[in-house]
Design a protein around this ligand. Structure first.
Ligand SMILES: Cc1cc2nc3c(=O)[nH]c(=O)nc-3n(C[C@H](O)[C@H](O)[C@H](O)COP(=O)(O)O)c2cc1C
Length: 224
């Protein structure tokens, strides 16, 4: 099983609840499945560039204009996206670790998504066939921490919607979420309990991921 872990959090683990969720998740997963091939991408070490006009042309002109040939500059603008897409396409499971910032994913995570969710790299798109994923990812595990508390379908929550819809577009519909909410001690006295529950949930999801059926015959695999 190949697991790609993309982390968008500049804090050290001892100060970051989402990174502690990741430590619990991977501790359990590797205990149960030591043969897991884990690739870690720390976005603060491998910073994605912001989307450029050259990348827009490189990604989308070939979709709209048959036979379009990329210029050297356009080719070069795809360097980061191509490298990350290779890691993405090799993965069976994608794990995303991040805090909630301004109700959404941190900008550095959004920039990474803008890079890799690119036609010709992680999906193909055409009028006839719509969107077809080029990856083999069966499941996305989202490990998140927030200061506030959010009800299910809370309209303020742009983070889980962003992840769900962006990966859903390319055919990944199994999204497992572990959310340590209420981490702002000024407003929530039960933050530690919420964190303990989330850490427990992270190990349970790891148990489910360890059981994932990765055989090509497995249709619509779910870690439920
Ligand atoms: C720039 C910034 C923006 C934040 N925005 C929100 C927010 O919109 N909603 C929320 O509930 N918490 C917000 N928080 C609080 C963090 O989500 C919270 O501290 C969380 O525990 C961070 O995760 P970490 O411990 O893994 O770093 C924000 C924190 C920072 C630094």
């Amino acid at each position: 099983m190949n697991v790609l872990h993309v982390c968008a959090n500049p804090k050290p683990t001892e100060e970051s609840v989402s990174k502690q969720l990741a430590a619990a998740f991977f501790g359990k997963l590797i205990e149960l499945k030591p043969e897991v091939e884990l690739v870690n991408v720390d976005l603060y070490d491998e910073k994605p560039p912001f989307y450029s006009y050259e990348l827009y042309r490189a990604a989308w002109y070939p979709v709209y204009q048959e036979g379009y040939e990329l210029s050297k500059v356009e080719e070069m603008s795809m360097n980061y996206a191509s490298k990350q897409a290779e890691l993405f396409n090799d993965a069976d499971v994608l794990v995303l670790t991040m805090p909630m910032w301004n109700y959404s994913v941190p900008a550095i995570m959004k920039a990474w998504m803008d890079q890799i969710l690119c036609p010709g790299l992680t999906f193909d798109i055409s009028k006839e066939e719509g969107v077809k994923g080029l990856h083999q990812i069966k499941s996305v595990v989202l490990l998140v921490a927030s200061g506030g508390v959010y009800m299910e379908d809370d309209p303020r929550d742009a983070l889980t919607r962003q992840v769900r819809h962006s990966f859903g577009l390319i055919g990944i519909n199994d999204i497992e979420i572990v959310w340590a909410d209420g981490q702002n001690p000024l407003f929530f006295i039960d933050g530690e309990d919420r964190k303990a529950m989330a850490l427990e949930a992270a190990t349970e999801i790891a148990e489910d991921v360890a059981e994932l059926d990765l055989s090509p015959a497995a249709e619509e695999v779910s870690v439920d």
